[in-house]
Design a protein around this ligand. Structure first.
Ligand SMILES: *[C@@H]1O[C@H](CO)[C@@H](O)[C@H](O)[C@H]1NC(C)=O
Ligand SMILES: *[C@@H]1O[C@H](CO)[C@@H](O)[C@H](O)[C@H]1NC(C)=O
Length: 323
């Protein structure tokens, strides 16, 4: 009697040990423990490195309730016409949404008499009028888009943590805000990111490529799944988590791939958004010929100049519900 009892105990212990060991093997295979990148490299994307030149720190608080969706639009300081088109179309302030523009410093500096000083004073004037511009003190350039994106994440985490969703979207986009809001109301509220998912991306190695990444900076042959930077939507709980993950990801100048690498650290997979019943990709990262009822079934199309966007919106905003 006592011997069988002991024997059972031994068996139970052995099974437990085996389970714990195999769980450990499986977990460590799924998620390799990330290592910190060198401090001087992290400095380049660390929010502490930069200062706000223009900010709207209370824009999410000064409302009856937090915005449901925040549009975060990266633009160059000079692109005033693009900002104006966004304000008059999908970015118009609503009950559920606000749109904010993220800019760096214009080339030539902002000091008095500098080449950029005219651009800067116009930007400050625009900021006083609309209160929707956030400017950070790094030089605005294509190469620095990763810095801009990480500043957006930090800004959201600090100044708008109670918003439900955010959309990082370029100013040349058409956004079907009506359809998007409907979809988001039935989306998972946390750990969610969607857009045009690219699951077969590979680094370009040619020295002349705009998208070149050196083997030294990124030795792997492929990228993890990521969402195209033209426009993606995420639950705001991801903003502080992506910020945190950037301590583990070497800085590459491809901002959308960079966010994908941060998501891999977090174990978060971006998901496709398909329309029903067509199974059509809702985020079309290309310029489509405007057609009211085709656009009514999409979230995003891009490549529009400000006058085109203004023009198509006149028709779309009035007619989309009759499709
Ligand atoms: C977010 O909500 C919490 C709890 O409701 C509140 O205490 C906090 O002030 C809010 N933060 C912002 C930035 O609105
Ligand atoms: C931003 O980009 C420019 C050139 O594209 C570069 O010279 C500059 O040092 C970059 N970084 C910052 C933090 O401004």
């Amino acid at each position: 009697m006592r011997r069988t009892c002991l024997w059972r105990l031994v068996k139970l212990l052995a099974v437990t040990v085996a389970l714990v060991l195999s769980a450990h093997v499986v977990l460590s295979r799924v998620k390799p423990k990330p290592s910190l990148i060198p401090a001087e490299e992290y400095r380049l994307v660390a929010p502490e490195t930069y200062e706000y030149v223009l900010n709207q720190p209370a824009v999410c608080e000064h409302r009856t309730r937090p915005p449901f969706l925040v549009f975060m639009v990266p633009v160059a300081p000079l692109e005033a016409a693009a900002r104006e088109a966004v304000r008059k179309t999908w970015g118009a302030p609503g009950q559920d949404t606000i749109a904010l523009f993220f800019v760096g410093l214009s080339e030539g500096g902002r000091g008095p008499g500098g080449r950029g000083s005219g651009v800067q004073s116009a930007l400050e004037e625009e900021s006083r009028k609309h209160a929707d511009i956030i400017q950070v003190n790094f030089q605005d350039s294509y190469q620095n888009l990763t810095i801009k994106t990480m500043m957006m994440m930090s800004w959201l985490a600090t100044h708008c943590p109670n918003a439900s969703y955010a959309m990082k979207v370029d100013a040349d986009a058409f956004v079907n805000v009506f359809y998007l809001l409907g979809r988001l109301r039935s989306s998972p509220g946390r750990g969610f990111i969607t857009g045009s998912v690219i699951s077969d991306g590979r680094p370009r190695r040619e020295s002349h490529s705009k998208w070149r990444v050196s083997k030294e900076l990124y030795p792997e042959d492929s990228f993890p799944s990521y969402v195209s930077g033209a426009g993606y939507v995420f639950s705001t709980d991801l903003a502080p988590r992506i910020s945190w993950a950037s301590r583990f990801v070497r800085v590459i100048p491809l901002e959308d791939v960079y966010v994908g690498l941060c998501l891999r650290v977090l174990g978060v997979r971006p998901v496709y958004s398909l329309g029903l019943p067509t199974f059509r990709n809702l985020f079309e990262v290309r310029q489509l010929e405007y057609d009211r009822c085709t656009f009514a079934q999409l979230v995003l199309a891009n490549g529009f100049k400000p006058p085109q966007l203004l023009h198509l919106w006149q028709d779309f905003s009035k007619g989309h519900s009759s499709c």
